[in-house]
Design a binder for this molecule. Structure first.
Ligand code: SF4
Ligand code: SF4
Length: 444
């Protein structure tokens, strides 16, 4: 197999970040069979994009291991405010390190308060367990001062890892805020050059901007497939069509392949038999009303933490639009490719990301309003990870927007990575969809 990197001091545990070893298992497990990158299982057919992205973690692991073996550096990122372009321009590989595994929560709670968002705890659990092969490979971790939980967690992580923390200004409308962010990105550029012994030229940054713009454009086009009256994908399938590492040619090829497959006419893709989108024959009965079109907003749904998305779509909904950081929000805009100062161009694009850590964060509401209309959402579901104060408080405005401005039913779901409340969530989701169906019936 293309074995995981094991070079001098760097030892990598080839553990699937989505399927970590049970707590208490040896930290440095041997390579699980499902991650082996040689053999029939490890080579998903390149003609089936969905199968390709089902193997996203092993694909990325192989890519990162090969890159590392060829002398490229690995740089972990924790948030969508980090411009991947700068990392690519340093000829390094930008890897998302956000944790989506419930298994990693308990080890994290040995160091962190239990009353913290599961995304932070899971990410940190991988750190203490040394169970995320990408993190173990990373030469640097870039983080930002976003929410309090994250930035304090980084201090613990920095005790044993090389970190660079960007200071994110949090009043986006202040005149000097963007200037500060530009300075922070210049400092990151200098840090990358210094640490990785590279020169990041403007030309290299522009090349990386072109790559990332292409990736964003393709992913926007994929998302736009869901505007259709009868979208060819489920929201869960769309969520799967992305990678933990940006700028991989093979991934971009697969995005293009999906778009070619569906083109202007929407062919049916294989959907699970228990999905509301499966045909009557697959379900062995009559077709129910077409699923309710859902706009999902709120916290990111990182790889491995897709439970709520699946609950929504197996109980009568179809997520036609996700505005969060694992959906459209970070890819709505491109970076200007011909700007005289590419760092300023990057700063302008990334600073416009409407995260709830910003005050005020009115831009999020404007985007939500536009997306709800564009995707003809019939309701809004606001997902809040437990103890995520910023998204939780902001749900007040989202509810008002949904109900008063858009006239759409709204449901706030606060949960964590544990499946213990799945039945309760399913009931609430079904009740929401009933309301939508009743309204639609009255209007018909
Ligand atoms: S939700 Fe905010 S803190 Fe989380 S990844 Fe997005 S921008 Fe970063
Ligand atoms: S979901 Fe909320 S609490 Fe968790 S990392 Fe993101 S902003 Fe912070």
């Amino acid at each position: 197999m293309g074995k995981c990197h094991d070079n001098g001091d760097i030892k990598v545990t080839a553990t699937d970040p989505c399927n970590p070893p049970p707590c208490g298992a040896p930290r440095r497990a041997s390579v699980p069979a499902r991650l082996k990158t040689s053999g029939a299982d490890a080579q998903p057919t390149k003609n089936d994009p969905l199968a390709w992205f089902e193997h996203m973690i092993p694909n990325c692991l192989q890519y990162a291991s090969d890159a590392k073996a060829r002398g490229r550096h690995i740089v972990g990122i924790m948030c969508e405010y980090t411009p991947r372009e700068l990392i690519l321009a340093a000829d390094a590989v930008p890897v998302c390190l956000c944790g989506g595994s419930a298994e990693m929560i308990r080890p994290a709670e040995e160091h962190l308060p239990a009353n913290l968002c599961p995304l932070i705890k899971s990410t940190f659990g991988y750190h203490v367990q040394q169970a995320n092969p990408f993190l173990e490979m990373a030469d640097l971790v870039v983080a930002e001062t976003t929410c309090d939980g994250k930035k304090k967690m980084y201090e613990l992580m920095a005790e044993s890892r090389t970190m660079h923390v960007l200071e994110l200004p949090q009043k986006p409308d202040d005149a000097d805020a963007l200037a500060h962010w530009v300075t922070e990105l210049r400092k990151l550029r200098a840090r990358l050059e210094d640490l990785l012994h590279v020169t990041i030229t403007d030309a290299k940054i522009r090349a990386a901007i072109r790559t990332m713009n292409r990736e964003r454009r393709l992913r926007r086009q994929l998302a736009a497939l869901m505007e259709s009256e009868h979208p060819p994908l489920t929201g869960r399938q769309l969520l799967q069509l992305k990678s933990n590492i940006s700028g991989i040619d093979a991934d971009l090829t697969q995005y293009t392949r999906v778009l070619e497959m569906f083109g202007s006419k929407h062919a049916a893709w294989a959907v699970p038999a228990n999905s509301p989108r499966a045909g009557p024959a697959a379900r062995g009965g009559h077709s129910p009303p077409y699923p309710v079109r859902v706009l999902l907003t709120g916290v990111p749904v990182v790889h491995g933490a897709e439970r709520v998305v699946e609950l929504i779509e197996t109980h009568g909904g179809l997520i036609v639009c996700m505005d969060n950081c694992t959906g459209l929000k970070p890819i709505l805009e491109d970076v200007e490719e011909t700007a005289s100062d590419p760092i300023v161009a990057l700063a302008e694009k990334y600073f416009r990301l409407p995260c709830s850590v910003m005050t005020k964060n009115n831009r999020r509401l404007g985007i939500l309003r536009d997306l709800a209309r564009q995707y003809r959402a019939q309701c809004v579901i606001d997902l809040i990870w437990q103890a995520c104060l910023t998204y939780d408080v902001e749900s007040y405005f989202v509810k008002k927007l949904a109900e008063d401005d858009l006239g759409l039913p709204y449901l706030r779901i606060e949960t964590d990575y544990s499946p213990s409340d799945s039945a309760r969530i399913a009931l609430r989701v079904e009740a929401l969809f009933e309301t939508v169906q009743q309204r639609a019936g009255r209007q018909a």
